[in-house]
Design a protein around this ligand. Structure first.
Ligand SMILES: Nc1nc2c(ncn2[C@@H]2O[C@H](COP(=O)(O)OP(=O)(O)O)[C@@H](O)[C@H]2O)c(=O)[nH]1
Ligand SMILES: [Mg+2]
Length: 454
């Protein structure tokens, strides 16, 4: 099964491979396809962000790391910071970028950023089934030629393209992708690269040009890394250098860098796209657009909140609880347990402790199973559907303006509204917030300012 090619990085060393890409593009499905069952999930050191690791089935010496979804570099959210820390601190042998074939523009923008790090990279263009359904046809080989690394179309849920992905990984070599920036940026980039190169105290995990690009874009993770790997005085020198670069125009270089990348992607796409596909008349897309419409969006939001209330409040907390607590426990289970306990244990105080009005069974277990369980189950089912359907980011876009004034992201609307019902559960949902600061703020607001009906 294993191909013994001594020059292949996969045979030569052990280390890890990182799965990187936007949220919800199929990274975790590909992770399962490549690793099989055994995976360990743990918080990334010093954060509450989860990272999954597992040995690659075909090459057991290599570990696959499933990173949190990122939108773009430089990192802005906790998730993006963790993913970038994986890129800079793990003994990486390769990156698999997982992208959505329906969204070539944003996928390729990230490809450019990742390729510039100079680590061997393969692009898995996933969701090919959906791209085909929309009539999108492109030329992966041509794309691969332009990028300088392999592009593998995949439909991860059906296991299509996974073999090809293995082969491409085996052949992957450090990417020599090189995007030429406008002259004035190149000059500054060169100077930064040379400065970093001549002062680093240990070898760089990614290409120094990649580091320099992140540095001039004010990337926080890269700054941290450089602070640790440069003498204090040289690090200050690097900051001075960047300030000096930014002085004449007064604007950040990162924006020019990003604009150049986007322009390159926009020129590339027409050359690889054979049929752009028809995205009109698709009900899901139309509905998706309407969810952020100022008027329709609010109506849809009202419908969603009403549905949430009907499912969790009326069905879960009303019907299910009534059935479980009222019928099953009060009428059938509890009388039986009470009679058993009173027969077996003739000591009143123990009887009272177990099955009295405030007994361990009659109150503790009954409430946990008949009251809390149905509510929590229906709640997390509904919440899962909202999360997986992609409604949450749209909801955030809708309510951003209101919450921006509180220094929060629009996603805060969900915990806030849920908090009117039950603050405990709402606190659990603060995990949708992107940074620790926002989670803390929302939790505080919930505790102090939102009246809880429960
Ligand atoms: N239609 C289709 N759905 C997919 C494909 N790959 C993944 N999915 C679905 O996309 C959703 C997100 O996948 P997941 O692996 O969790 O994405 P991640 O956020 O990148 O880890 C899940 O519902 C998957 O079942 C694919 O190739 N085609
Ligand atoms: Mg995932």
């Amino acid at each position: 099964m294993t191909c013994h090619n001594p020059t292949s990085f996969i045979d030569a060393q052990n280390g890890s491979i990182a799965l990187v890409g936007h949220p919800n593009v199929g990274k975790s499905v590909i992770f399962q396809r490549l690793t099989g069952k055994h995976a360990t999930v743990s918080n990334y050191p010093g954060t509450t962000v989860e990272v999954t690791r597992g040995a690659v089935r075909r090459w057991p010496d290599l570990f696959l790391v499933d990173t949190p979804g990122i939108i773009t570099l430089p990192a802005h959210s906790d998730d993006e910071e963790v993913t970038e820390r994986v890129l800079l601190n793990e003994p990486l042998r390769a990156i698999i970028q997982v992208g959505d074939a329906k969204n070539l523009r944003r996928t390729l923008l990230l490809s450019v950023q990742l390729a510039e790090l100079g680590i061997p990279i393969v692009l898995a263009l996933n969701m090919m089934d959906e791209a085909r359904q929309r009539g999108i046809v492109f030329d992966p080989e041509r794309l691969s030629d332009s990028l300088g690394f392999s592009v593998i179309p995949t439909t991860a849920v059906r296991g299509q393209g996974i073999d090809e992905l293995h082969q491409a990984l085996e052949a992957a070599i450090p990417s020599n992708f090189h995007l030429a920036y406008p002259r004035e940026i190149e000059t500054k980039l060169d100077e930064t690269t040379q400065y970093i190169e001549s002062h680093l105290t240990s070898p760089s995990p990614v290409s120094v040009r990649g580091l320099a690009l992140l540095w001039i874009s004010h990337d926080p993770v890269c700054e941290n890394w450089l602070r640790q790997h440069l003498e204090v005085s040289t690090f200050t020198g690097l900051i001075d250098l960047r300030e000096q670069f930014e002085k004449p125009s007064g604007e950040a270089l990162g924006q020019h860098v990003q604009a150049t990348r986007l322009a390159w992607v926009d020129r590339l796409i027409p050359t690889i796209l054979i049929v752009p596909g028809n995205q009109k008349n698709n009900f899901a897309i139309t509905l998706g657009r309407q969810t952020t419409h100022p008027v329709w969006g609010l109506i849809i939001l009202a419908v969603v909140l009403f549905g949430l209330y009907e499912f969790v409040g009326v069905f879960g907390a009303g019907k299910l609880v009534g059935l479980l607590e009222g019928k099953l426990f009060t009428e059938i289970i509890n009388p039986w347990i009470t009679s058993q306990v009173t027969q077996l244990i003739p000591i009143p105080i123990i009887q009272e402790f177990l099955v009295g009005p405030y007994g361990l069974w009659t109150m503790g277990v009954t409430y946990a199973l008949a009251l809390i369980l149905p509510i929590v189950t229906t709640f997390f089912l509904a919440f899962g559907v909202m999360e997986d359907s992609g409604y949450l980011p749209r909801l955030a876009a809708l309510s951003n303006q209101v919450f921006a004034r509180l220094g929060l992201n629009g996603k805060a609307v969900l915990p806030m509204v849920l908090g009117l019902g039950c603050v405990t559960m709402a606190t659990l949902t603060t995990r949708i917030m992107e940074s620790k600061r926002e989670r803390l703020l929302v939790t505080l607001l919930l505790a102090l300012a939102v009246p809880c009906s429960a």
